[in-house]
Design a protein around this ligand. Structure first.
Ligand SMILES: Nc1ncnc2c1ncn2[C@@H]1O[C@H](COP(=O)(O)OP(=O)(O)OP(=O)(O)O)[C@@H](O)[C@H]1O
Ligand SMILES: [Mg+2]
Length: 419
């Protein structure tokens, strides 16, 4: 059953010293490509525009040299043991399916059913085998029940899944997908990648995926091959390749954003080189570990109605005791700004008062320095009841820096102000 020259090993694609130049062009679209793909392997191909990704795919499925003619092909491409130069396009296409970017261009049937049965019917298979493959292929891409739909009634993601199903029904051994999700919205992208993941896990299908979305690629690929100017410039598992954040950015490939985050945090004790997180989950787990290790020592003072702090050692400088402050307008309207605040601030404390607008931060600070006097409760400064002290007395002990600097600068020059 196996074709001539088929190796006993599991190598299904063997590319040796491949170079390709399109007809009437000078520049090599592919240069010295060497690549082996094993059965069941999922290989992602990335690279900037014009790098040669599509050209490489077309040399694997035989479109080059059989359909796109007149170019110069050097080296050798063997697919399932078939040298693509020596086999016809139909021979190769039976084993290697290719899905393109544009979902519209690859659907020929009038209905979903017609499209999926096209290949098995062409192979002249018996009715029940066609039926069996139809069911299986539609189930694989989760389009069962869609048999009678017209293609225009499908979403972009569904159309791409239909294109995949229509290839699956021909039982290909290798599936090549050239930017299958670039025209799809995020949900459509995810649906297609879910299907690809399924083909990998449940059918152990060999997949070659050209894709700009490196997050999705790192989710399912065993290996990533980076092309630039027709050459393979980097290859390895997703972690190895996507950790080369700077290099990829330089040639115009966007690594997963979590890898970019890893790059920024690299060389800290928590992030190592070549170990960038590739998924949000991985990034979150690592950041949580950092946060847990770095959790600050218990704040020495917090503000809460109950005081919320443990006694420290330093001498108490300012103390609020059951402090209330209520603003009263001329019309007699009352607005409670501070409600039963108990708080001690000790020598050396460095305390941030935080709260949303209007929560009472300034009111509390003004009560500390005597610019406002408590409606109820007390403020103690060095243990002394502030109500017995003048603003001037307090100012000798507590400096207050206003929100608006214009309110506190009285002198004409900086020097005068400081003196
Ligand atoms: N039919 C053609 N005739 C001549 N040159 C071509 C042809 N198709 C592609 N090229 C050239 O070959 C090189 C590789 O193109 P290719 O389409 O393989 O790149 P790609 O990596 O798929 O890019 P993209 O990300 O834009 O799809 C480019 O320089 C391109 O201009
Ligand atoms: Mg392309």
């Amino acid at each position: 059953m196996r074709e001539e020259g088929r190796l006993s090993s599991d190598v299904v694609i063997e590319i040796k010293d491949l170079s390709y130049t399109y007809r009437l062009t000078e520049k090599e679209a592919l240069k010295d490509i060497n690549l082996e793909v094993r059965r069941g392997e999922v290989v992602g191909i990335v690279g900037p525009t014009g790098a040669g990704k599509t050209t490489l795919c077309m040399t694997i499925n035989g479109l080059i040299p059989h359909s796109i003619t007149g170019g110069k092909l050097e080296g050798e491409v063997k697919v399932l043991g078939m040298n693509t130069k020596e086999h016809t396009l139909p021979e190769i296409a039976r084993k290697v399916g290719m899905v393109f970017q544009d979902p519209e261009s690859q659907i020929f049937g009038l209905t979903v059913l017609e499209d999926v049965v096209f290949l098995p019917e062409n192979l002249g298979l018996p009715e029940e085998e066609i039926e069996r493959r139809l069911k299986w292929a539609l189930n694989a891409v989760r389009l069962n029940g869609y048999e009678e739909r017209f293609p225009y009634q499908l979403s972009g993601g569904e159309k791409q899944r239909l294109a995949i199903a229509s290839l699956l029904s021909g039982l290909p051994e290798i599936l090549i997908l050239d930017e299958p999700t670039s025209e799809l919205d995020p949900i459509g992208k995810m649906e297609v990648f879910d299907v690809l993941e399924r083909l990998k896990k449940e059918m152990k299908m060999t997949l070659i995926i050209v894709e700009h979305n490196t997050e999705q690629l790192s989710r399912i690929c065993d290996r990533i091959v980076v092309l630039d100017k027709g050459q393979i410039v980097l290859a390895g598992n997703p972690k190895e390749v996507f950790s080369e954040v700077r290099f990829l950015q330089r040639i115009g490939v966007r690594p997963p954003q979590t890898a970019e985050l890893g790059e920024l945090l690299k060389n800290t004790e928590y992030f190592n080189e070549y170990d960038h997180p590739l998924t949000v989950k991985d990034a979150v787990q690592r950041l949580l570990r950092i946060f847990q290790k770095r959790r600050p020592k218990k704040a020495r003072a917090t503000i809460s109605p109950s005081g919320g702090q443990k006694p420290g050692n330093g001498e108490t400088v300012i103390e609020a005791e059951n402090l209330w402050y209520i603003y009263e307008s001329e019309s007699g309207e009352r607005k409670i700004a501070l409600k039963n605040i108990n708080l001690k601030i000790r020598r050396g404390d460095f305390i941030a008062l935080i709260g949303h607008n209007g929560s009472g931060k300034t009111t509390l600070a003004k009560n500390f320095v005597g610019l406002l006097r408590p409606t109820k409760g007390k403020v103690l400064i060095y243990g002394e009841d502030a109500s017995t002290m003048s603003v001037k007395d307090i100012a000798r002990k507590i400096g207050y820096c206003f929100q608006n600097p214009d309110h506190q600068i009285f002198s004409k020059t900086v020097k005068e102000e400081i003196m």
